[in-house]
Design a protein around this ligand. Structure first.
Ligand SMILES: [Zn+2]
Length: 232
């Protein structure tokens, strides 16, 4: 922090609404303008029961974003463009990719975890298939030599993001194949993830929780497809 400017805070960017990414809003928001996707504000206003993470009360006024967008916007600040792009229905329904264009740095928020399985918030509009699509989208547009900041874990780049996307693809196809073959969640958990991915389960989200998230999300999207009238 001591290398940062002592100037007043102008803007605070929230990548999504979760408390471990917006917990400073109440302090920083007294000085700077909080900028975020529209759904971040909506969810902060409402608060939520986050189950094992506790009940999140509605945020105070000074902790709310005052500038919001639907698909994205750019800030021109510190001599560079900071491009904000909404990543739909992945980690939550209000995630933003922050691209510091001049510095060639991207902050993916919780759309990227390094060294562990990701948390995907199905109760806040997230989906595992959407999460995979968003990670693929970022990988496709990733500029040469870019540094990539994950929501959790150390600073990374293309190599780590490629490995993450491969793990997500493998997880979705593994669980989808087993689910469609009629296996239960319990059976899928007992069989576990392939050996090479086991080390990822020692962190924040263990292997069983990860498999359950993928299973539940695939089930939700299968049910949603069934609920749609034929031909639509
Ligand atoms: Zn999060």
């Amino acid at each position: 922090m001591d290398k940062l400017s002592k100037a007043k805070i102008s803007y605070v960017l929230n990548t999504h609404w979760h408390f471990d990414h917006t917990g400073g809003n109440g302090v920083f928001g007294r000085e700077g303008r909080i900028v975020a996707h529209r759904e971040v504000r909506t969810r902060l206003v409402a608060g939520a029961d986050m189950g094992e993470f506790g009940v999140i009360p509605p945020a105070k006024k000074e902790a709310l974003p005052v500038i919001t967008y639907d698909t994205g916007m750019s800030l021109y600040f510190n001599g560079e463009e900071i491009r904000l792009t909404h990543l739909p229905a992945g980690h939550t329904d209000g995630d933003t990719l922050v691209h510091f264009v001049g510095s060639n740095v991207l902050h993916m928020g919780d759309q990227f975890f390094v060294g562990g399985f990701p948390f995907i918030d199905l109760k806040s509009g997230g989906s595992v298939e959407g999460y995979l699509r968003n990670a693929e989208t970022v990988l496709k547009m990733l500029p040469q030599g870019a540094k990539v900041i994950p929501g959790h874990g150390p600073l990374a780049g293309r190599e780590e993001l490629e490995a993450f996307v491969a793990m997500l693809r493998d997880s979705v196809s593994l669980v989808r194949t087993k689910r469609e073959a009629g296996k239960t969640l319990e059976q899928i958990k007992a069989e576990g993830m392939p050996e090479k991915y086991k080390p990822l389960g020692t962190g924040y989200i263990n292997e069983a929780t990860w498999l359950e998230t993928v299973f539940t999300s695939l089930e939700q999207s299968a049910n949603a497809a069934k609920a749609k009238p034929a031909g639509k």
